[in-house]
Design a protein around this ligand. Sequence first.
Ligand code: NDP
Length: 448
Amino acid sequence: MSVDSQISEYYDKLLKRNAGEPEFHQAVSEVLDSLKIVLDKDPHYAEYGLVERLCEPERQLIFRVPWVDDNGEVQVNRGFRVQFNSALGPYKGGLRFHPSVNLGIIKFLGFEQIFKNSLTGLPIGGGKGGSDFDPKGKSDQEVMRFCQSFMTELHRHIGEYRDVPAGDIGVGGREIGFLFGQYRRLTTQHESGVLTGKGLTWGGSLVRTEATGFGAVYITEEMMKTHGESFDGAKVIVSGSGNVAIYAAAKAQELGATVVAMSDSSGYITTPNGVDVDLLRDVKEVRRERISTYAKEAGNGVEFHEGGNIWDVQADVALPCATQNELDGESAKKLVEGGVRYVAEGANMPSTPDAVHVFQDSKIDFAPGKAANAGGVATSALEMQQNASRDSWSFEYTDERLRGIMSNIFKNIDNTAKEYGREGDYVAGSNIAGFKKVADAMLAQGVI
Ligand code: NDP
């Protein structure tokens, strides 16, 4: 059978066995597409059911999360943890709390996480979890009661050598604190390495908060260097205004760029003179308010565009840092017409397949999420190293490690793309480099 028909057969089977999970299908389809050239060149990767095993999670947990709201009413949410692949190390990947969460979303994120974690070069497997709970508009007490209930079930399945969750959309320092407190209470152990993204006085790592956004900028810088360019003087769009977006904007500006637009799910702001990062952090992280509040308070030419499309704005660099499928083919065309030359995905799968094709056809340098946002999980792994050695590293040292990891990821995906005759195709480079390391480990460990 030709490699093409072999891959089509895998994919058809996957669609049937995982019906109603479009995001998972999309993530798998993109990786399988890149694997065609690998299986052609190295047919042993098609043996021992390797590709089918890779697409099937090792374990999928779904559980009830009951909690009591401030009015004394019982609320019931659904919790998930998908332990996708532990060939390289303990499962590692965030928890997402957002009303859109379902099994398919968690599987797509867990699948991506396998390759991303492999690319970091650190010994971590792939997993992801979360809940359809919406922290937005909830009191701190409600969030705490939810987190305690969530962890009451989850604690049986995690551990520093088993599965190490972190944050994602809707899960930041506050939630990690409540989750860790309940884990400690249930297990009677201060097992720091069980969660990452912890507070700095109880096992957290400096730079973890900034890492995903900083990392996305560092890898973009590497792409720019190959054309003799830099962030200095560049105009940058950063979508979203959460954890990843804030620190991507901060680092881009520190390197001399002007961030000209940011967003949240209600609309976007144009910021022709750049973003005031201190004010943005106060509005979003401290007061937990909307981006429209930032627009009201910032002055300096800032305008809020309710319900608008952030990709209408002209820029040299686009960093989508909000959520999956937020940038479609039409928006990609607008960005290209507006002169964009570099796109790096701070979020997971923010570009639709159509958008990716537009960027690739237009020869835009495009770094996919599994490489571009790997700085977050890499720094989580550095947090685990510090926990294991009862140490805490300085901001400068940790940031230097992060920068080195992002630079190595770029070299790896660039060289891999070249090796497979796809120079400049960082999607293929990321998928293939991420795959080969996991695949070699799985083959060495037998059919399990
Ligand atoms: P946050 O919850 O801190 O911020 C998310 C941002 O995205 C908010 O501005 C939010 O706006 C916006 N957003 C969320 N859902 C939607 C939606 N359906 N439509 C439009 N906007 C939306 O999350 P993070 O910054 O942590 O995560 C952002 C992305 O980065 C996700 O794809 C995540 O998986 C990925 N990522 C995060 C990592 C991390 O370390 N945190 C690591 C690697 C990847 P609003 O407030 O209006 O909902």
